[in-house]
Design a protein around this ligand. Structure first.
Ligand SMILES: [Zn+2]
Length: 271
């Protein structure tokens, strides 16, 4: 998701422009100060970034990303934060812009060499893409679609937890789309695989870019059809029905999963 009043674009520029909004990245971290994104003065000891790109305009203001890839000695007043950890520090708008920057930086960092012939890749000037200097093969930023389904049964919802969730947290069932699969097929398959039940009456809810590192979450709500809960070994450590009036710890507030559950609590999905 991008902020309202944001228009994406792509224009490499020679160096940091002090008039533009700046999102500075070091590898997969965001460079921040105590209470905000790191500014040009704080970052000046780092020298010239590997690249600087205007990635769009927010409320008419250019937004630039600057990326450093080598080892750095960070100034004492600059911290390298993971994107997730920066949300409460920089607020939603800048965090969403940082998500776009981070996905582009991840793409460049992971496409230095051609997957076809192994030659070096070069960044194109006119769009976010890389071209092989040997065979001309072109690649664009990878976006990985993942489907999320909130399953309803009367006043209950079926929530599951994966072993890597924080303690006590449950969420809607989710999984990546397989090559060749439609979103609706993915929803049916993931639910059956992960929690062993069948669903019906699948309805669209909404989507969210999820920059960890490059997912696009696509959320649906569905009604329970049949079957008993059976957790998929290795993927799901627990799954159960929860009454909407007594939900466990919810996913992060900035996630689509939270919005989905919040909508259910507010009665948006009653049939
Ligand atoms: Zn090549």
């Amino acid at each position: 998701m991008l902020p309202d009043d944001f228009t994406p674009s792509y224009t490499p520029i020679g160096n940091i422009n002090t008039e533009h909004i700046l999102i500075a990245l070091h590898k997969d971290t965001l460079l921040c100060s105590d209470s905000a994104l790191a500014g040009t003065t704080q970052l000046s000891p780092l020298g010239v970034p590997e690249y600087v790109i205007v990635i769009g305009h927010w409320q008419g203001q250019p937004v630039q990303m600057a990326a450093w890839e080598g080892e750095l000695d960070l100034p004492a007043d600059v911290a390298a934060l993971e994107l997730r950890a920066a949300y409460s520090l920089i607020g939603e708008t800048l965090w969403l812009l940082a998500g776009r920057a981070s996905q582009i930086a991840t793409f460049y960092r992971t496409h230095r060499y051609c997957g076809v012939c192994g030659s070096a890749m070069r960044r194109l000037e006119e769009e976010a893409a890389c071209e092989c200097t040997g065979c001309g093969h072109r690649v664009w930023p990878r976006i990985s679609p993942a489907v999320m389904v909130l399953i309803r049964r009367d006043t209950e919802v079926l929530l599951a937890r994966s072993p890597h969730f924080r303690a006590g947290m449950y969420s809607a069932v989710a999984g990546f789309v397989e090559p060749g699969e439609s979103l609706e097929q993915c929803a049916q398959r993931e639910v059956l695989e992960e929690v062993g039940v069948r669903i019906k009456n699948l309805r669209w809810f909404g989507s969210q870019s999820w920059s960890f590192p490059h997912s696009l979450m696509l959320a649906f709500v569905a009604d329970y059809d049949s079957g008993e809960i059976v957790c998929q070994q290795g993927e799901i450590e627990d799954a159960r029905w929860f009454d909407l009036a007594a939900l466990p710890e919810m996913p992060s507030r900035y996630s689509l999963a939270w919005r989905l559950l919040d909508a259910a609590i507010r009665g948006e999905f009653t049939t």
